[in-house]
Design a protein around this ligand. Structure first.
Ligand code: NAP
Length: 258
């Protein structure tokens, strides 16, 4: 049994839907005070209302993680509302598909600004408050795509997700003196609104390529994040947890036949 996070403040970026919403739900059920963040305030507030309706403590906030002024204002507002920041789940991310020949410089920059710069800015913005926590935690949502695997159309996305891990491996050293740990969860294919947008064929073929024969749930990622944010994970930093149903392991399609 993990020590409860009851009363601790958690910011989850990209939490109006998808994996972020799952992370927010897991932390809210654990008694944490949850800041639900997305660019669309109405959607963030709607998700926060679901959490409070279930007996949790939550509030919606609007911020674009690619904008420094937004993230700094977010950190100030969350600390004022909940009395500090103990955990940052840097989860907001986008994954538009375009092969190199069709990939525009603007789209490359947009993905990098959201996924990679957004992680840097979120940590930088929350840092003054995480330093004051006696159990500061950063949990980054990376991906198997980039750090471990590849998929046509996702050079920019894969680079951003691998980049998050390169960033993490030095950030964890810099922040260790404040007792802050920085770790990452690498989801495989998780059934979210964003994944559904990629189409039924994509989801079906992905599920078939997973040894556990199903896509992940948003809560599967939430539980891994909860562990990394727990008191019990205090001596783990700069590490990754792959949550993918075994997807990266088969050497060929034959390996999945039984
Ligand atoms: P999703 O269903 O599309 O949800 C994305 C969330 O991020 C929404 O709340 C969205 O709200 C928010 N968001 C997007 N851009 C933002 C920005 N610039 N600033 C603040 N919030 C922003 O996506 P998902 O599938 O849950 O993916 C979430 C994270 O998991 C991403 O980092 C993704 O790379 C990673 N991941 C997902 C999978 C998967 O299978 N689903 C696998 C591996 C990794 P707004 O649009 O209102 O801002």
């Amino acid at each position: 049994m993990l020590t409860s996070l009851a009363g601790r403040t958690v910011i989850v970026t990209g939490a109006s839907k998808g994996i972020g919403k799952g992370i927010a739900q897991v932390f809210a059920r654990g008694g944490a005070k949850v800041a639900v963040v997305s660019r669309n305030l109405g959607e963030a507030e709607a998700t926060a209302a679901i959490l409070t309706g279930g007996g949790g403590t939550a509030k919606g906030f609007a911020a674009d993680v690619s904008l420094q002024e937004d993230v700094e204002a977010l950190a100030t507002a969350v600390a004022a509302e909940f009395g500090g920041i103990d955990v940052l789940c840097s989860n907001a991310g986008i994954f538009p598909q375009a092969k190199i020949e069709d990939l525009s410089v603007e789209e490359w920059d947009h993905v990098m600004a959201t996924n990679l710069k957004g992680t840097f800015l979120s940590i930088k913005g929350c840092l003054p408050y995480l330093k004051k926590s006696n159990q500061g935690r950063v949990v980054i949502t990376s991906s198997i795509t980039g750090p471990v695997t590849g998929f046509p159309g996702w050079t920019h996305y894969g680079a951003s997700k691998a980049g998050q891990l390169g960033f993490m491996r030095t950030a964890c050293i810099e922040l260790a003196k404040y007792g802050i740990t920085v770790n990452a969860v690498l989801p495989g294919n998780v059934l979210t609104e964003g994944l559904i947008d990629l189409g039924e064929d994509y989801c079906k073929s992905m599920a078939a390529s997973v040894p556990l024969k199903k896509l992940g749930t948003v809560e599967d990622i939430g539980y891994a994040a909860l562990f990394l944010a727990s008191k019990e994970a205090a001596y783990i930093t700069g590490q990754t947890i792959i949550v993918d149903g075994g997807q990266i392991l088969p050497e060929s399609l034959d390996a999945l036949k039984d």
